[in-house]
Structures are given as structure tokens and as C-alpha cells.
Design a protein around this ligand. Structure first.
Ligand SMILES: Cc1cc2nc3c(=O)[nH]c(=O)nc-3n(C[C@H](O)[C@H](O)[C@H](O)COP(=O)(O)O)c2cc1C
Length: 173
């Protein structure tokens, strides 16, 4: 198993296609040093250049354990699963790291690449390492009412974490 560095731009279209075909991407976070990493399925993610930097924005509701971990350590990896990981995508999208080690449950292997404090996932096609440079909150008052009604009946407004891409990796055999 080997990962090689690639341009993050190459992975944007692949990520988009994977969300459509596999159902989501796998967001990994880790709290304090020596704690267990956690993985959660995400479907809402933006790729682009902001503040002159390559950025990935992820939308995380405050109720997620991932939110607690991101507040503890503002860094994450976005991992692109192959279709064979569709069960992991499903499980990581309904179980919480508060009471389940999802890496163990889904047979996923964490891999720390180049000393980054949050691991990538060995079984994924690709992984992008990001450090949070800004966080914003979805504001009830600025939302289109139809979106508010559809997505926030419990007022669980997302925090948007903008992560500056540090490196992008592709799995080679
Ligand atoms: C396909 C899919 C996409 C999801 N996308 C998001 C998302 O973008 N943001 C979010 O906060 N939750 C999203 N979720 C829900 C979380 O993955 C789910 O609540 C998870 O159990 C949270 O895990 P955690 O408590 O370990 O962080 C999604 C779930 C699925 C099945």
C-alpha cells in the first residue's frame, strides 16, 4: 500500500462523482493527541480557492461528535471512498463516534501521512489533508425560509469549517 502526492485540483471532480455514486465522502477528525480518530460521512462539501488558498469547506452540525473533535483540534482529512466502501459510508453516516469506534467497526485503517495530526484512511482512493483557517455559522435569519424549514426543523444550524489544503494524496497499489 502506498500513497503519492497529487494536485488537489485533480480530486475535486472525483469527490463530486463519488458523492453521487457512492453516497458520500469520509471526514476524519481527531481530538487531543493519543485519542482515537473518528470518521463521519459527509455529503455537503465545497472545493475552491478562497483568500488565495486552496480550500475545502465542510458543513458540520453541532450535534455531531465530529464537531467536538474539530473544536478540539481544527484539522481534518477528507477521504474519497471506492464503491466497495458503500457499507462504511452508510454506517459512518448513522453511528456516532461518541459510543462507537467506527474505524474498527468498518474495518478501516488510519494512516498518518507526513506527520499530519489527523489520519487518512488506507482503504480509500484518495485523501486530502486540511487545516481549518476559518469557521462560520449558518444563520437562521439569512436563510431562504424554504431551506430553513426543510433542513433545520430542530435549529441545528451547521458550522462551516474552511480547511486550507495542506496536501492531497492518491492511493497507488
Ligand atoms: C449520505 C450522508 C451524508 C451526510 N452528510 C453530512 C454533512 O455534510 N454534515 C453533517 O453534519 N452530517 C452529515 N451526515 C450525518 C452524519 O454523518 C451522522 O450524523 C454521523 O453519525 C455523525 O457522526 P459523529 O457523531 O461520529 O460525528 C450525513 C449522513 C449521510 C448518511
Amino acid at each position: 500500500m502506498h500513497f503519492e502526492k497529487v494536485s488537489w485540483k485533480e480530486l475535486g471532480p472525483l469527490a463530486w462523482q463519488t458523492i453521487e455514486e457512492v453516497g458520500g465522502l469520509l471526514l476524519v477528525t481527531q481530538g487531543k493527541r493519543n485519542s482515537t480518530p473518528n470518521v463521519m460521512t459527509i455529503g455537503w462539501v465545497l472545493f475552491g480557492t478562497v483568500w488565495g488558498r486552496p480550500e475545502i469547506a465542510v458543513f458540520v452540525r453541532p450535534s455531531r461528535f465530529t464537531h467536538v473533535l474539530l473544536e478540539e483540534q481544527p484539522a481534518f482529512t477528507v477521504n474519497i471512498p471506492s464503491p466497495s466502501l458503500s457499507r462504511a459510508v452508510e454506517e459512518c453516516g448513522k453511528r456516532s463516534g461518541r459510543d462507537t469506534d467506527k474505524f474498527a467497526l468498518c474495518g478501516l485503517t488510519p494512516l498518518y501521512l507526513e506527520g499530519f495530526p489527523v489520519p487518512s484512511i488506507v482503504e480509500c482512493i484518495a485523501s486530502i489533508q486540511c487545516v481549518v483557517v476559518e469557521k462560520s455559522h449558518v444563520e437562521s435569519d439569512s436563510l431562504l425560509p424554504s431551506i430553513r424549514e426543510m433542513y433545520y426543523p430542530q435549529d441545528d444550524y451547521h458550522t462551516i469549517y474552511f480547511g486550507e489544503v495542506q496536501a492531497a494524496w492518491k492511493h497507488t497499489k
